[in-house]
Design a protein around this ligand. Structure first.
Ligand SMILES: [Fe+2]
Ligand SMILES: [Fe+2]
Length: 223
């Protein structure tokens, strides 16, 4: 049996008391080299190039649309850090961390990768800026309540220099114009791609698409 040293338990109590006195951790606002190197260990070289492509794309878009770029640079580093986890592990981590798991997430566990990435980031770094969390969580499927900052991030993820699909150049110029019109184009491309792949379409993406269509083109008739 392992011997418990009384001085250890005193030390433990002292440490606990000290921790309780400490203020809550300040959120991480700097996209540091340490974060970059940590996420590099979580992904293939190809995905890391994509990550750095998003990182490079954020500043110009953030400036154009008047949002704070720093939390989005941290989001760029973190957003796909769970993208290459096996599906069972995504479900397991989401369960262990009490993240909401919907029916669609069970059908397609990859839909969880943004939410799991945000939680991994918080657990690794202590605390994150709310704008970082929001961008990381919403980058996977979007949702109708996205902030301007979330939209900038979603677009950066879609148009980073490594992306190549028919219509990408049109989307890159659209991203520098009206943000909702650009988002509408981005979601249309994404939905078309998912249909071709026969992939699950997240109901949040469908609701986002409807909201953007209404915002850009006005309400549509029913039926
Ligand atoms: Fe992603
Ligand atoms: Fe991404």
């Amino acid at each position: 049996m392992e011997r418990v040293d009384a001085s250890d338990s005193h030390q433990e109590k002292a440490n606990l008391a000290k921790r309780m006195e400490e203020p809550l951790a300040e959120p991480v606002v700097e996209p540091t080299a340490a974060i970059r190197e940590w996420v590099r260990t979580k992904m293939s070289p190809r995905r890391f190039r994509h990550t750095m492509g998003v990182f490079e794309t954020v500043p110009a878009l953030a400036r154009r649309h008047g949002v704070d770029q720093k939390p989005l640079l941290v989001a760029a580093l973190l957003h796909d850090c769970a993208r290459e986890l096996p599906e069972e592990e995504l479900l397991e981590l989401a369960g262990k961390w009490s993240l909401p798991i919907r029916e669609e997430d069970r059908l397609c566990p990859l839909l969880l990768h943004g939410r799991v990435a945000a939680e991994m980031g918080k657990r690794k770094l202590g605390a994150l800026d709310p704008a970082t969390v929001s961008a990381v969580v919403s980058h996977t499927a979007g949702h109708p309540g996205m902030t301007r900052s979330d939209k900038v991030f979603f677009l950066a993820d879609t148009i980073e220099p490594g992306r190549d699909f028919p219509g990408i150049e049109e989307l890159r110029s659209a991203a520098m114009g009206d943000i909702d019109a650009a988002m509408l184009r981005a979601v249309e491309f994404s939905r078309a791609f998912l249909v071709v792949m026969g992939a699950v379409i997240d109901p949040d993406t469908i609701r986002l698409h409807e909201a953007l269509r209404a915002r850009v083109h006005g309400p549509r008739p029913y039926g």
